[in-house]
Design a protein around this ligand. Structure first.
Ligand code: ADP
Ligand code: MG
Length: 261
């Protein structure tokens, strides 16, 4: 089942046509990678999907409902979670409190967002921390965490929203290779575990590390100059001569080179 249907999405900044009309679908239970060189339009696509910027043309349907005109908070409340290239957490709070804040927001309890969410759904928050293996650190200050753990916390926060769609913007940026694989393996496990449920999870991620892309994506979209130049299985995309040309000038294998942005 398609959870997300994007049709003819276009966006210009001044005279610069950042996206020239891209269309794609994302299915429940799928991990879809969006790759492409620097300036290809990946971030612009993400920013439109979660309501940060509005497309000039095109449609974005999520569970059959248009997301056009909704704010980031409204898209979050519809079930679209996003993690960022630079992790966004409240560093003065504990891990549990960070997740509790997300639960407050997911339950539309916007009152007292500025206060500590010390008691609200603490047990539930611990369960989300358990999913990412951080439950033992629930009462640690977020500021004390290693970077890879901050990224896992960010994943727990995104999951607390019970999303049907998870947008991950370069989730492994700044991580060592082993940590990258751990985070993506965890994400894939979460997707697989929810595949048979009514509220299955779909993931769209941008990633500059090709070993992560080809190791974890079910399907890959390739953007270049604001256009989708290829899409298909990791193998199809690796074998695509146009993709090889865009990335590398066509004479080297794409796999394992961690190129792009
Ligand atoms: P990517 O994430 O693939 O590197 P972006 O989506 O950030 O690419 O950028 C696509 C194009 O749009 C680039 O030419 C970039 O300079 C331009 N662009 C992106 N955001 C803005 C903005 N807010 N204002 C002006 N130009 C922008
Ligand atoms: Mg970008």
């Amino acid at each position: 089942m398609s959870v997300l249907v994007v049709n003819n999405l276009q966006k210009s900044f001044g005279g610069n046509q950042a996206l020239k009309g891209i269309s794609f679908e994302l299915h429940s239970g799928e991990m879809l990678a969006l790759i492409g060189p620097n300036g290809a339009g990946k971030s612009t696509t993400f920013n439109m999907l979660n309501g940060q910027i509005r497309p000039d043309h095109g449609t974005i349907d999520f569970k059959g409902e248009s997301l056009l005109g909704l704010s980031p908070r409204q898209t979050w409340q519809k079930g679209v979670s996003r993690t960022f290239q630079i992790a966004q957490t409240f560093s003065s709070m504990t891990l549990a409190e960070n997740v509790q804040m997300a639960l407050l927001s997911a339950h539309h309890q916007l009152y007292a967002m500025w206060q500590r969410a010390t008691h609200f759904k603490r047990d539930e928050a611990i369960e989300f921390l358990r999913l990412v293996g951080l439950h033992k650190d629930a009462d640690k200050a977020c500021a004390a965490l290693a970077y890879a753990d901050v990224k896992r916390l960010e994943l727990a926060i995104a999951l607390a929203n019970e999303p049907l769609l998870l947008l991950m913007d370069e989730p492994t940026a700044g991580m060592a290779p082993q940590e990258r694989n751990d985070l993506m393996a965890l994400t894939r496990e979460l997707v697989r575990n929810r595949q048979s449920l009514a509220n299955g999870l779909a993931v769209l991620f941008t990633e500059h590390s090709m070993d992560v892309v080809f190791g974890y994506a079910d399907r890959v979209l390739v953007l270049a100059g604001g256009e989708l130049i290829a899409q298909g299985s990791p193998q199809d995309v690796q074998d695509n001569t146009l993709v090889q040309k865009v990335y590398l000038g066509g004479d080297q294998p794409l796999f394992g080179l961690g190129h792009g942005a």
